[in-house]
Design a protein around this ligand. Structure first.
Ligand code: HSE
Length: 301
């Protein structure tokens, strides 16, 4: 194979209480073309001034992980990234980079890895499966670590008409810093608060009892701590609910706030944008369907 073009979707992680476990794929796709030749990385679109255009780019990390996994030398390759997922806003741009690199590496090497193998490599790189799993499988996923080198991922049935309304602030978040503010210890009452809601969330999505989402998307493990550095978060969540969302939460480590809806998307978008404006938070709203499928090869030659 001389060249391959692949794509992977944006994702939202945590969905409120499912910290590092639950994720959802969104219908917004980054593309990567890898061609044999002298090593280079070029990027266009989102984050173009910030994303490293060298070996530190996560598309390279992903692709090289495949060649290391099959114990073969990495060939000379040109990487061309076409990025439309907002960069460093909690919408899985890092995971999309890792996963496109892995899928391209799997195709270029002829290794033809299974989704399970790709998930393991991706989650090992990212450290948690909540963005990479939906990027690979599409839809909604729940993932857990089993031991030190094994990840178990399952898909959660969700209503087909489920849609995301997202307020994407202009400011970027560094995930490492956003994780550093989280306490190492939690109280039993906070653990109980989240366990019940994470379970209720999966059940509500599977059964279609979406009226439960306004309770089931609440969280005490990360959102209250992250709200210290992003004071508008609770008001943006309230605005989404007021606009008609079933539930709303911080998307991944933020700063985007994501609302789940089956209708009234324009009103929800308006309420979130207007609240952000009154609070002096610059940004834009997006309305995205759930991506039912995951990352794939688009073409090869
Ligand atoms: N579960 C992760 C977090 C998602 O909230 O930090 C972002 O990588």
């Amino acid at each position: 194979m001389n060249s391959v073009t692949v794509r992977a979707p944006a994702t939202t992680a945590n969905l409120g209480p499912g910290f590092d476990s639950l994720g959802l794929a969104l219908d917004l796709w980054n593309e990567l073309t890898v061609t044999r030749g002298k090593f280079s990385v070029t990027a266009t679109g989102e984050g173009v001034d910030i994303v490293p255009q060298d070996t530190r780019n996560l598309v390279v990390t992903g692709l090289e992980a495949v060649f290391n996994y099959i114990d073969e030398p990495v060939p000379g390759l040109r990487y061309e990234c076409s990025n439309v997922i907002p960069f460093a806003r909690g919408l899985g741009s890092s995971s999309a980079a890792i996963v496109t690199g892995l899928i391209a590496g799997s195709a270029m090497s002829g290794a033809d890895l299974t989704n399970e193998e790709i998930t393991t490599l991706a989650a090992d790189i990212e450290g948690h499966p909540d963005n990479v799993a939906p990027a690979i499988y599409g839809g909604c996923t729940v993932g857990v670590r089993n031991g030190t080198d094994n990840w178990i991922v399952d898909q959660v049935n969700i209503p087909e008409e489920l849609c995301a309304v997202i307020f994407v602030p202009e400011v970027q978040t560094n995930t490492h810093e956003s994780r550093a503010v989280l306490p190492d210890q939690i109280s039993r009452s906070d653990a109980v608060f989240n366990i019940g809601r994470a379970a209720m969330l999966v059940n509500a999505l599977s059964s279609g009892r979406l009226e439960l989402l306004k309770y089931a998307t609440d969280d005490r493990l990360h959102q209250p701590h992250r709200a210290q550095g992003f004071k508008a978060m609770p008001q943006l969540i309230d605005a989404a609910i007021k606009g008609g969302a079933h539930g709303a939460f911080l998307s991944g480590s933020g700063p985007s706030v994501l609302a789940l809806a089956t209708g009234r998307e324009v009103t929800i978008s308006y309420e979130m944008t207007e609240t952000a404006r009154t609070l002096g938070v610059d940004g834009k709203a997006m309305i995205l369907p759930v991506a039912q499928g995951g990352a794939s090869v688009l073409s090869s030659s």
